[in-house]
Write a protein that binds this ligand. Structure first.
Ligand code: HEM
Ligand SMILES: [Ca+2]
Length: 251
């Protein structure tokens, strides 16, 4: 009887699944407690899968099309979360002041009122947890070295508590919520995701995650109103911000 319960599905059926379904299947298998299936999946040599998708990457936002992260990116020894934030450090001193957040937002094409309100909110929320001592910063500085301490709840959990990038959590954004397109999110799907990601009584996290995804949608949506997987990956390692700034400059 037990043997019947734990018997894995024939491996031969797996390649017919699309990559995002395959990962969802992996997660379901895990919940069922069948380590046999998980082992079989992770040792697969299928090129459309990231090796060891459960292993958080310190410096690279990896997915099956970018197994080494964004090509040609100089990580400067920073974690993926530090890279996300470094774009806003306009003078490169390791500290992000509210006016730098504001300038960065304007540089990627956000409007004046949104940039004003959002930059103030971000620096208000993230300044204190990232300070090098218990004394608050009157100028609301954010220290990039400690940005992992600015991690909040009710998010996708793609960044771990040390600011690394978890490829399986990133993939789950699309396998769980990309109902209409496997590699993109509609505005409605983003709002479903935000509600699903909520942790109990985590009002700061709800607000922060809503803001993050709403501004990302604003700057990153394509002509069809879709937020593409590649745009989201670029937001995680900050390369999207540089791309947007360059395209704004050249237009
Ligand atoms: C236009 C600018 C920005 C956009 C579009 C943006 C977008 C995002 C997105 C989509 C996430 C992932 C949320 C999730 O996993 O559900 C995120 C996380 C994060 N962002 Fe930003 N962000 C921006 C600016 C900033 C700035 C200026 C800072 C700080 C200086 C910052 C700090 C963070 C931190 C600490 C996280 C981790 C949150 C967590 O995982 O709990 N972001 N951001
Ligand atoms: Ca700075």
């Amino acid at each position: 009887m037990t043997a019947l319960l734990v018997r894995p599905r024939p491996i031969a059926r797996l390649p017919t699944l699309r990559s995002h379904h395959r990962l969802a299947f992996l997660q379901r298998s895990y919940k069922l407690g069948s380590t046999l299936r998980v082992t079989a999946m992770s040792s697969s040599s299928d090129p459309s899968m990231v090796p060891k998708p459960y292993l958080a990457r310190a410096m690279a936002a990896v997915d099956p099309s970018h197994p080494e992260g964004t090509s040609g990116r100089d990580t400067r020894g920073m974690s993926v979360l530090q890279q996300h934030v470094a774009f806003f450090d306009r003078n490169g001193d390791g500290i992000v002041y509210p006016w730098e957040t504001f300038q960065g937002m304007r540089a990627i094409g956000l409007g004046l009122p949104v940039s004003l309100v959002t930059s103030l909110f971000i620096n208000l929320v993230m300044s204190y947890p990232t300070q090098p001592s218990w004394i608050p910063s009157p100028l609301l500085s954010i220290h990039i070295k400690n940005i992992h301490k600015g991690k909040h709840g009710s998010d996708s959990e793609t960044y771990d508590t040390e600011g690394r990038f978890d490829p399986s959590k990133f993939d789950a954004i699309f396998s769980k919520f990309g109902r209409t397109h496997p590699n993109a999110l509609t505005e409605d799907e983003i709002s479903t995701m935000l509600k699903s990601n909520r942790n109990m009584y985590d009002f700061v996290g709800w607000a922060a995650a809503t803001l993050e995804w709403n501004i990302l949608y604003k700057v990153g949506k394509d002509k069809e109103g879709l937020l593409q997987r590649e745009t989201v990956r670029g937001a995680f390692d900050g390369s999207l911000f540089e791309r947007l700034q360059d395209s704004k400059k050249s237009s």
